[in-house]
Design a protein around this ligand. Structure first.
Ligand code: CMP
Ligand code: MG
Length: 398
């Protein structure tokens, strides 16, 4: 494989590329200067001069259309090459709405340049040679529209009470008895029925609704925890957990909100549990330790969710005021396949016990996994092997 050079040098007067060429990279000027021009012969117009620190040649990469102008070195010039792949990977990572906006701005810009130089504005379908990978406005736009629409309907759904929590029972490893429930968000969509978080959570996050959504879920879980606790014949210490991120709980008003909620539902108990993902804790462990301590003081207990996926700093693990550690499903999936993977799980359980934490294994699907986890001393089991998530009333009946 030949790799493209990272830097290139051009002598004064050299042409880097011409208007209409297909584009394969953009450039950042390290030293020197270039002139950007459009048109040929007498119609040639200088559009701009670019100097050290400027980027050029980005348009053809962003919208996969031919070069909009000719670029010539006006001094001896050195450029840093930005590959098509580097730039496009970043554009793909953008929100589809922003991608659409970028495409629209570039189209308008190209049209104004054409109009200024007396050419007709282009019909978008004809201006890219076949060799150029096409930017497909329609596909891009429909993604953007879908996204805008989804965000609007999610916003409505939260306020219209269409969001609900399903509960997945978590059982004791030793006898399979139900020890508690994890609350899992579902959207009870008027047309499409019950939708999973994978479908709507990205829209919740991107539309800035995450804080509101989490508070709704915590309130709901606290209410349901109280209802579970008061149900006739309910086992003692039945816990109900709900998922939050460290960002949610580190919001300065969260602890007050939680105190209010617990008062409102008259349920200040360690049976309400907040599951905080390990990954989210890792970004600001010191604040998290402080906030988690305040939450504990109000009653609720805390577990670390998706453990093993978040590269957390083990020195902090002993400082978090947590009671449980949930072993991520990816570890459970690998159990009994390679002895190394099983050993990792055995060590996580041993370590948890050594620092006084209970362990929950997530996503158990077969009896072999359960058997191994039981041998390792795992305390609690969660997974389709035992129970699927279900509505509150169905869990109450269990
Ligand atoms: P691209 O179309 O890939 O190749 C030519 C480059 O010239 C273009 O990307 C921009 O980086 C730059 N360019 C085009 N038009 C102008 C302009 N009017 N002013 C400054 N830079 C321009
Ligand atoms: Mg969880």
């Amino acid at each position: 494989m030949t790799t493209a050079p990272i830097r290139r040098q051009f002598g004064r007067g050299a042409t880097l590329f011409r208007e209409g060429d297909p584009g394969d990279c953009a450039y950042i000027i390290e030293h020197g200067a270039v002139e950007i021009s459009a048109g040929e012969g007498a119609a040639r117009q200088v559009l701009a001069t670019r100097v050290a620190g400027d980027i050029f040649g980005e348009m053809a990469i962003v919208d996969s259309k031919p070069r909009s102008a000719t670029v010539t070195a006006v001094e001896d010039t050195q450029v840093l090459v930005v590959s098509k792949q580097q730039l496009q990977a970043r554009i793909q990572a953008l929100d589809p709405v922003l991608r659409m906006v970028l495409g629209v701005i570039l189209d308008r810009f190209r049209d104004s340049v054409r109009r200024m130089s007396g050419e007709a504005p282009s019909a978008p379908a004809q201006d890219a040679p076949e060799t150029v990978e096409r930017f497909s406005p329609l596909a891009e736009y429909s993604k953007a529209f879908e996204r805008i629409e989804l965000e609007q309907t999610v916003k409505h759904a939260v306020s219209a009470g269409e969001m609900t929590l399903f509960y997945q029972p978590i059982v004791r490893a030793r006898d399979g008895a139900i020890a508690g429930f994890e609350g899992l968000a579902r959207w009870n969509h008027p047309l499409h029925g019950i939708l999973s978080p994978g479908v709507f959570m990205p829209a919740v996050e991107d539309s800035g609704l995450m804080g509101e959504f989490t508070r709704w879920a915590v309130h709901r879980a606290a209410e349901d925890a109280a209802r579970f606790a008061r149900a006739p014949g309910a086992p003692e210490n039945l816990f109900v957990s709900v998922n939050v991120t460290a960002d949610d709980i580190c919001d300065p008003s969260f602890v007050d909100f939680l105190a209010h909620t617990l008062d409102a539902v008259a349920f200040r108990s360690a049976s309400l549990e907040l599951e905080v993902t390990e990954a989210s804790l890792a970004s600001n462990p010191k604040t998290a330790i402080d906030v988690l301590g305040k939450i504990r003081a109000l009653g609720p207990s805390i577990s670390i969710d998706d453990f093993g996926t978040g590269y957390s700093n083990l020195t902090y693990l002993t400082q978090y005021p947590v009671q449980k550690l949930k072993i991520d499903k990816s570890f459970v999936d690998k159990l009994n396949q390679r002895s190394q993977d099983s050993s990792v799980v055995a060590s996580i359980i041993r370590m948890s016990h050594a620092i006084g934490l209970k362990t929950v294994a997530e996503g158990i699907e077969d009896a072999g996994q359960a058997e191994t986890l039981r041998e390792f001393g795992c305390d609690l089991f969660q997974g389709y092997l035992y129970h699927r998530p279900q509505p509150f009333e169905a869990c109450l009946a269990l």
